[in-house]
Design a protein around this ligand. Structure first.
Ligand code: PEP
Ligand code: MG
Length: 755
């Protein structure tokens, strides 16, 4: 059924005239609702706009009582309008009053209307309001009508986003666009940052929403789709995936979506309602986002990103480039907001102006998290729909400790965070004072504190923390941020730079720990069911020794005439260690034959991070030159809990008797053979956990630079002997809880140990 004012194309053209007319915002809205009601042959058309407090306010109506405008409000979830806003889905009812959510508002006079059609006003998948039509008679709204109303809702969304309705807000209330949002994600890098949003991938700005000539728009859309498909085909066929950094399977998924008939049909249908091709792409993507964001299935979420990427490609084809911020030209106090980002992209930004990072993806073990930590940039990941919730320039706070963000914070929230940031700065100053003091416990036990590193940006941390060395240099990080596989010469130069920066302090280079979650963009990816348990680290090194040999050679050359420590990751058996050591010895012998000066002292050690090694401790501790415990992996394998899976990662406490006993066995075995042992996993950098490890007998730790101060403050207040006694007793046979965290915390409180 079509209205007296003609089809949707006619409606949109009329709407455009009203949009362009020089009238007040309220008058504009009033005229829009009259036009929509007329076109869809409805007696009522009303616009509700989301307010800052989350409620929905009636902004304009044709048909309902005009007095109710700016007076009637619905709380989130209240009534049919609230339901649409919370579900972000259209709702069509032939008998509205029979619906359980119907809520009667006498001031509007809506009791006489039986049929109801409401659609969310969406932008980037976020709800900004609700648009409703109503009819007296009971009627079924057609698909076409729902479509038309959604299209008009998109125009309203743009109007709201452009700030056109701000002046209409009732006194004391303001529009939801400026609504403060408290986003919860996961902590990636510690610290608190206050600043303003910079979008890593700025949205393509669509200025032209309504089509002059719908047939021509269909043509433009078709052409853009063909171009997009051709470019994806070309990428796949060129096989040059390394160059683009996109993996083949991602591209194959792209190709599948690029041919997805449902998606393409939706866009064509929307163009037929009178929107331009780019507006249609945007609208379909916004609907899809709204739907998919309400899905909890991670697979579907992942697909949303693929679709987002494709929609972006189409938009760029249709309207050209987005105008972004030059990376070297960041505004002061910039907080980057991105869907996802690779470590290299982050390194491209001017560090001096970066105050924080917010991602929709990215777990704590992701590469970007590692780099953010290395750079000391507070970062939060897994903030749902973050890029759609913000506008460039919005005030934003990143709390990388709690894993939270505050978008457009209220002044009291902002002040609280400013206090928090000041407190942290004060603490940093205190840690700074500890810098020159020795890392010795109250009862005189010396503890070695080293830092973990992997990038050039980490090196100044040695001086800054006065750490005694680099206890874990993750060599794969350089490989991960590089565009191509570093040559042996490049590697040698890097390792030499690291050794130079360390001066005479020891550096422990770990051979490549790739595979699993650590993927090199230029290396063919091996599909595995369980990558964490798959072909990774030393397993690749032993099966394809060319890579390992080249790396070892680079290390040996860089270490000529100096002390050199090489550490092997993911070793599961003593046999593996022997084979890897053999490779290192052979390389050493070869270089000596070539007349290259050997290292002054070469030590080959092992990461203890695969539980099987716990049952070969006497052998490995006798044969390896040193042990270093990778608690991140050791705990994930000990508890069978994926370190990257939020649901299970924090489920088991390493301060339980099970893991503490395992850790005690390692330190005891090492003591029996005189094999040096340190802890280089995250556990060793958390004051309470480090305290417990000292209680077990550990004396050496390697941790992120930011942890050195807090750990040193803790250990200087600790009586290690007393803790040891207490822990022996705690671990002997706990009758109650087997998690010792509460008792260890109580010990710290009792002796005023800052943890
Ligand atoms: C560990 O597993 O604890 C570790 C230090 O190595 P990574 O975090 O690099 O796996
Ligand atoms: Mg590990």
């Amino acid at each position: 059924m079509r209205g007296a004012l003609g089809g949707p194309g006619v409606l949109l053209r009329r709407l455009r005239e009203v949009m362009a007319a020089s009238i007040s915002p309220q008058e504009r809205l009033d005229r829009l609702v009259v036009l929509i009601a007329g076109n869809l042959v409805a007696e009522v058309c009303s616009v509700y706009v989301l307010r800052e407090d989350g409620s929905l306010e009636l902004y304009a109506t044709e048909g309902l009582n005009r007095e109710a405008v700016h007076l009637t409000t619905m709380r989130a979830g209240e009534g049919l309008v609230g339901l649409i806003a919370s579900e972000a889905e259209p709702l069509a009812l032939s008998d509205a009053q029979a619906h359980p959510s119907f809520s009667y508002r006498p001031e509007t006079g809506e009791e006489v209307y039986r049929s109801f059609l409401g659609v969310p006003i969406l932008r980037g998948g976020a709800v900004m309001g609700v648009l409703v039509i109503q009819n007296r008679a009971s009627r079924l709204y057609s698909e076409d009508e729902i479509e038309t109303l959604q299209t008009t809702a998109m125009l309203m969304a743009e109007m709201i986003a452009a700030g056109g309705l701000k002046s209409l807000a009732a006194p004391g209330a303001s529009i939801g666009l400026d609504r403060p949002i408290h986003g919860v994600g996961v902590a990636l890098a510690d610290g608190v940052g206050l600043g303003h949003v910079v979008l890593h991938e700025p949205r393509v700005a669509i200025t032209n929403l309504i089509a002059e000539n719908p047939a021509a728009e269909v043509g433009r859309l078709e052409a853009a789709i063909s171009e997009m498909r051709a470019s994806i085909d070309e990428l796949i066929e060129r096989g040059d995936v390394a160059h683009t950094g996109e993996h083949r399977d991602v591209l194959e998924t792209f190709r599948m979506f690029a041919h997805d008939q449902g998606w393409l049909r939706r866009m064509r249908e929307v163009v037929m309602t009178g929107l331009t091709a780019e507006a249609a792409v945007e609208r379909v993507q916004s609907d899809t986002r709204a739907k998919m964001l309400r899905q909890t299935d991670p697979y579907l979420r992942e697909r949303l990103h693929d679709l987002d990427d494709l929609a972006d490609r189409l938009l760029r084809t249709l309207v050209g480039k987005a105008n972004g911020v030059a990376r070297e030209n960041l505004p002061e106090n910039a907080i980057l907001v991105a869907r996802s980002m690779g470590p290299a992209a982050l390194l491209d930004y001017d560090r001096a102006h970066l105050r924080g990072l917010v991602l929709e993806e990215g777990g704590p073990a992701s590469h970007i998290a590692i780099v953010a930590r290395a750079l000391g940039i507070p970062a939060v990941g897994e903030v749902v729909n973050a890029t759609a919730l913000v506008e460039a320039g919005d005030a934003i706070i990143v709390d990388g400790q709690a894993g939270e963000v505050q978008i457009r914070p209220q002044p009291d929230v902002e002040n609280a965070y400013k206090d928090k940031a000041r407190l942290r700065a004060r603490k940093q100053k205190q840690y700074q004072k500890l810098k020159e003091l020795p890392a010795v416990t109250r009862d005189g036990v010396e503890i070695t504190l080293q830092i973990n590193a992997g990038l050039f940006v980490d090196l100044p941390n040695l001086e800054a923390t006065a750490a005694s060395g680099i206890g874990l240099f993750r060599t794969e990080l350089q490989f991960m941020v590089a565009q191509h596989m570093p040559t042996t010469a490049e590697q040698q130069a890097l390792y030499a730079t690291v050794l130079d920066a360390a001066a005479e302090r020891p550096v422990t280079f770990r051979t490549l720990d790739i595979g699993g979650d650590k993927v090199l963009p230029y290396m063919e990816r091996v599909e595995e069911e369980n990558p964490a348990l798959g072909w990774r680290a030393i397993r690749i090194g032993l099966d394809k020794p060319r890579l390992l040999r080249a790396q070892v050679r680079a290390m040996l050359r860089a270490g000529a005439g100096r002390d050199l420590k090489i550490m092997l990751p993911m070793v599961a058996t003593t046999e593996e260690f022997r084979r890897a050591r053999m490779i290192i010895r052979r390389e050493q012998a070869m270089l000596e034959k070539q007349g290259v000066t050997p290292p002054r002292d070469l030590r080959v050690g092992v990461m203890v991070e695969v539980p099987s090694l716990l049952f070969e401790l006497p052998e490995i501790a006798r044969e390896a030159d040193f042990l270093s415990i990778g608690t991140n992996d050791l705990m994930q394998f000990l508890f069978a809990a994926d370190r990257e899976n939020k649901r299970v990662a924090d489920r088991f406490d390493p301060l339980g008797v099970g893991s503490l006993r395992a850790l005690r066995r390692i330190v005891e075995a090492a003591a029996e053979t005189g094999c040096p042992v340190t802890v280089c996993g995250e556990m060793g950098g958390k004051p309470l956990e480090t305290m417990a490890l000292i209680g077990l007998g550990y004396r050496g730790f390697s941790m992120s630079a930011a942890s050195i101060g807090p750990v040193k403050a803790m250990l200087r207040a600790l009586d290690a002997g007393k803790l040891r006694e207490r822990m022996d007793w705690m671990l002997a046979a706990p009758e109650g809880a087997t998690n010792l965290r509460p008792q260890l915390s109580a010990f710290a409180t009792e002796f005023k140990i800052p943890v």
